[in-house]
Ligand binder design. Structure first.
Ligand code: FES
Length: 571
């Protein structure tokens, strides 16, 4: 048998070997588990505080079956779990911290290959970032979406219908009792958001990167085939260790290009940009903001899922799932770049390529929108770029000049937005500052500001909104996000004032503050950096080291990897 990395722990016959094996034996493992077989870490983001991942302990048990069957030794371990719904001030603040936890837990332990159990938005990028910095054989098992929400005879989508219902309650179209009743109708099974929000986007991302077995992304959490996938992934990771198929052999430039194009075709979240860029940074692949526009914006939208479309992830699975999208895009993708199977997508999807419902997955010959993807905007208001998802925006607002109504902070927005005296109408542009990586801190999903009540009451459902924050993948609207440099470090956004005019021109990729250069320079000279929100702890370190959105918002010292070597024993 080949000698694996875990033999540096379990293969020793000295005092250290005794220590490494003896305490493990208190769990009742027999002697032959330490005979040099591949040790498989199961990195579990299970937590009852992360409801989207609360079923992952069951999934881990199924992964173990597969590992044992293939002759491996599975060992499950927890890492910090990031839930989108409870964690304040935003789960994004802790993505990099969780990635450090994953990285050090994998490297520091006797692990030869790792299975990442993911679900809620940040649990996927954080674990993949950490694993990439160690570079062992790695496979991802996405936890899967919830079943479709069902409310008063209609399908409702996680997140998407929260925004809609909240606006309906505000304008009196929905009763408060119905609003409360809808809560349990929306979230009625285990799993993550079943819209094409960030969690589904991340699941499609890891499958298109080649980090999962084929068809993994769309399987609902409670479908028995999710367990089949987990079982087979357990078997496969043992083989990957024997083949030394490390994550760096999968995460090539070609794989990243595939992920960008697939994201365009499925109408994935703008959050993909932040996470994919950060993962690329860990594995040493050059990826810049322009790549997303150059590679993705000409790709047609094929998947009809909320928030841009009509259906939900369960429908996507029944229609054939991601392999159908990969097949439709085959002319655009690198179909032979290595995936965790050791083969390319072309070989992986043979026999699994039929769309069972063209209303859900449209053929490339008749797409839903000719050009999907994410547009990258530049201009004096976003020198390093900003992004917008045209498929979730209003076509009539894609070229728009409007008067800025400025909210200096999120608190300012909440205090003023429904004030009847606020000077605003639907032609204005809402500008929100200080919600970027440094400013909030943590770049929360607040960019899709709910419109002012007096505008909503006119029946208007969209306005141009601009911020240095992010937007939930379940949200929609003409929302310009990720403005870089952000306001809190003195980007031009910091000096936009009420009454300034702003020009948005998506076809020409332009975001312009119509104020003279001299005036902008003068305002910048008078601008004062806000006081840091934390003077100690992780948040203080985060503020000092976080990169801007266009670089993926990773901590500067985490970019790259340190490999799987550990130099010293523990005693
Ligand atoms: Fe967890 Fe949406 S809140 S995936």
């Amino acid at each position: 048998m080949a000698k694996f990395r875990s033999s540096d722990w379990f293969g020793k016959t000295d005092k250290m070997g005794f220590i490494y094996r003896s305490w493990m034996k208190n769990q009742g493992y027999p002697e032959d588990m330490f005979d040099g077989r591949p040790v498989i870490g199961i990195c579990n983001t299970w937590s009852e505080l992360t409801p989207c991942n609360a079923h992952l302990r069951d999934i881990a048990e199924v992964v173990k079956r597969g590992v044992y069957e293939a002759g491996g030794f599975p060992l499950e371990f927890p890492i910090m779990s990031l839930g989108e719904t409870l964690l304040k001030p935003t789960a994004m603040l802790f993505r990099n911290l969780a990635s450090m936890d994953a990285e050090e837990s994998i490297r520091g332990n006797p692990i030869d290959g790792v299975v990442l159990l993911t679900g809620c938005d940040k649990t996927t990028p954080s674990t993949v970032m950490g694993a990439a910095s160690v570079d062992l054989p790695t496979i991802v098992v996405p936890g899967g979406p919830m079943l479709n929400g069902k409310f008063q005879g209609q399908d409702i989508g996680s997140g998407t219908h929260v925004w809609k219902f909240a606006a309906d309650v505000k304008t009196g179209k929905m009763l408060q009792e119905d609003y409360m009743f809808a809560e349990s109708c929306m979230s009625r099974s285990a799993g993550h958001c079943m819209t094409m929000g960030t969690a589904s986007t991340m699941a499609c991302m890891v499958e298109s990167l080649g980090l999962t077995l084929p068809g993994a992304a769309a399987i609902p959490a409670v479908d028995s085939r999710k367990k089949v996938l987990a079982h087979l992934s357990g078997r496969r990771i043992v083989e990957m260790v024997k083949e030394d198929l490390r994550i760096s052999k999968v995460l090539t430039r070609e794989a990243f290009e595939n992920a960008i194009k697939v994201n365009a075709a499925v109408g994935g979240s703008t959050n993909l940009i932040i996470h994919l860029t950060a993962i690329a940074g860990r594995i040493g692949v050059e990826l810049n903001l322009e790549d997303y526009d150059d590679l993705g914006s000409k790709i047609p939208l094929l998947l009809n899922l909320m928030p841009s479309g009509k259906y939900l992830m369960e429908d996507f699975f029944y229609a054939g799932g991601l392999p159908v999208i990969l097949n439709e895009l085959r002319e655009h993708l690198h179909m032979h770049t290595t995936t965790v199977t050791g083969k390319g997508h072309a070989e992986n999807i043979v026999g699994k390529i039929k769309s069972y419902n063209p209303e859900v997955i449209a053929p490339i010959s008749n797409p839903l929108i000719k050009e999907g993807g994410i547009a990258v905007l530049k201009g004096n208001l976003a020198e390093n770029g900003a992004v917008i998802k045209p498929s979730a925006a209003s076509p009539e607002l894609m070229v728009h000049r409007g008067r800025a109504v400025v909210f200096e902070t999120i608190e300012d927005y909440h205090a003023l937005v429904d004030d009847p005296d606020l000077d605003i109408d639907e032609t204005c542009i809402m500008v929100l500052k200080n919600v970027g990586p440094v400013g909030y801190p943590g770049m929360p999903e607040v960019g899709n500001m709910t419109l002012p009540k007096k505008v909503l009451e006119k029946g208007v459902v969209d306005m141009v909104r601009i911020s240095d924050g992010r937007m939930s993948g379940t949200a929609y609207g003409t929302v310009v996000l990720h403005v870089s440099p952000e306001a809190a470090i003195g980007g031009t956004l910091a000096v936009v004032q009420n009454g300034d005019f702003i020009e948005l021109d998506v076809p020409n990729r332009r975001l312009h503050l119509d104020v003279s250069e001299e005036e902008i320079a003068r305002r910048k000279q008078n601008w004062q950096r806000p006081a840091p929100v934390a003077d100690r702890g992780y948040v203080n370190m985060y503020i000092k080291h976080v990169q801007q959105a266009d670089k993926g918002a990773d901590l500067d010292f985490l970019v790259g990897g340190s490999g799987d070597k550990v130099s010293r024993d523990s005693h």
